[in-house]
Design a protein around this ligand. Sequence first.
Ligand code: FES
Length: 132
Amino acid sequence: MVSGQIESKLVNPITDEKNDEKKPSRRVRAGKVEKLTPGTKKLVEDKHEDVVVVNVNGEYFAVSGFCPHAGGFLGFGYLEGHKIECPMHSWQFDLRNGCLDGMENCSPYDRLNTYPVIVEDGEVFVEFPAGA
Ligand code: FES
C-alpha cells in the first residue's frame, strides 16, 4: 500500500462479510473415536443447537437433538441402518439428509438439521456454520 492511501474493504451490508472472506466454521468436540463406536449416539450441547452424533457402521452423522414434531429427544431414538426413530411417536428420519423417511423434498417442519462431522486425531467434531 502506498503511503497516504486509505485501506478499505467493501462490506456486504447483508452478510457483514468483508469482500469474499469466508468466516471459518466452528467445531465442537463430540468425543473420542473409541467412545463413539458403531451403533452409539451422543448428545452434543451447543449454543446453536443441541445435536445427536450417531455412528452408523463407522460413518458419523450429526442431526438435531430434538424431533420437529413435538420435541422428542432423539438421543433416546432407535437406530435402524441410516434411520433414527423418534421415541415419542415413531417418526423416522434419514440421518443422511435429515428428512422424514421416504421424503426427498422435506421442509424445515419435517426434517432434522444435519451438520458435517469431522474426525481428526482420534477426536470427533461437529462442524457448525460460520456465525452459528
Ligand atoms: S415428537 Fe417425534 S414423532 Fe412426535
